[in-house]
Design a protein around this ligand. Structure first.
Ligand SMILES: Nc1ncnc2c1ncn2[C@@H]1O[C@H](COP(=O)(O)OP(=O)(O)O)[C@@H](O)[C@H]1O
Ligand SMILES: [Mg+2]
Length: 247
């Protein structure tokens, strides 16, 4: 492991992050108004808050999918604002796993090929046996050659989780990963994300499901682009009180 993998370096941190969007019709509207957040290696942090409070925008900034307008995001020891686009792409590809509500599997590829795709893009030598093991780890034994369309939503999301966790990423970013799933499939997927912290990955979970959020070591409550509360070892009840107070 490199020196940036030491415990003293957070998996991801934001300092004074502001984010605005502009388009041809409107001047820049600021969505995040100065976010400070640090996620340690092996820590799971959930981000909750009302719809439109900036959860997805914050996740995108933390993950280097969107540049912060001002402030600093550091991922695995790298200041994202100082990386060239190609180095940023490489950092995301090599160190980060993503799970989205909509699975984002490639329909023409089998489950196994979907799992191996990022590793192949990294130039890693991987085999169908690696895919078989990764799928078995998420309870999908024997599904290597299945096309996504033949799988249930819960199974597709588990393929996406297997893909995200394949290379033991520094950080897994999950935006409403259970949003399209039934309760039982959702619980399975959350359990897999939670377990990823056991091998040192940090997990950042955006969710409006407060029971899901309560699985995290820490929860932050966003309101109108500001962190309003931070809760260590959150319970769903405490979060409910804070989120409804924030609504
Ligand atoms: N690409 C974008 N361009 C303009 N406005 C955006 C964009 N993405 C998000 N927003 C705005 O930012 C605010 C926060 O959105 P979002 O981060 O998606 O909230 P949440 O995930 O908490 O529901 C919303 O008002 C939304 O309309
Ligand atoms: Mg969102």
């Amino acid at each position: 492991m490199g020196s940036d993998a030491t415990a003293s370096v957070p998996a991801v941190s934001a300092v004074g992050v502001r984010k605005g969007f502009s388009n041809s019709r409107m001047p820049e509207t600021e969505v995040l108004h100065g976010i400070d957040l640090t996620v340690a290696r092996g820590e799971m942090v959930s981000i909750v808050g009302p719809s439109g409070s900036g959860k997805s925008t914050l996740l995108a900034c933390l993950a280097g999918l969107e540049p912060a307008s001002t402030g600093t995001v550091t991922l695995a020891g790298h200041d994202l604002g100082r990386l060239s686009p190609s180095r940023l792409t490489r950092l995301r590809r090599d160190r980060v796993g993503f799970v989205f509500q909509s699975y984002n599997l490639i329909p023409a590829l089998t489950a196994g090929e979907n799992v191996l795709l990022p590793a192949r893009l990294r130039g890693q030598k991987v085999t169908t046996d690696d895919a078989r093991r990764a799928l078995a780890a998420v309870g999908l034994e024997g599904k290597e050659t299945a096309l996504p369309a033949t799988l249930s939503g819960g199974q597709q999301q588990r393929v996406a989780v297997a893909r995200a966790l394949f290379a033991a990423p520094d950080v897994v970013f999950a935006d409403e990963p259970t949003g399209a799933l039934d309760g039982k499939s959702g619980t399975t997927v959350l359990g897999l994300l939670r377990a990823a912290t056991d091998t040192g990955s940090a997990v950042v979970l955006v969710t409006h499901d407060l029971d899901a959020a309560a699985l995290a070591d820490r929860a932050v409550v966003l309101r109108d682009g500001v962190i309003h509360h931070e809760l260590v070892r959150p319970t769903a009840g405490d979060l409910f009180d804070l989120v409804t107070a924030a609504a």
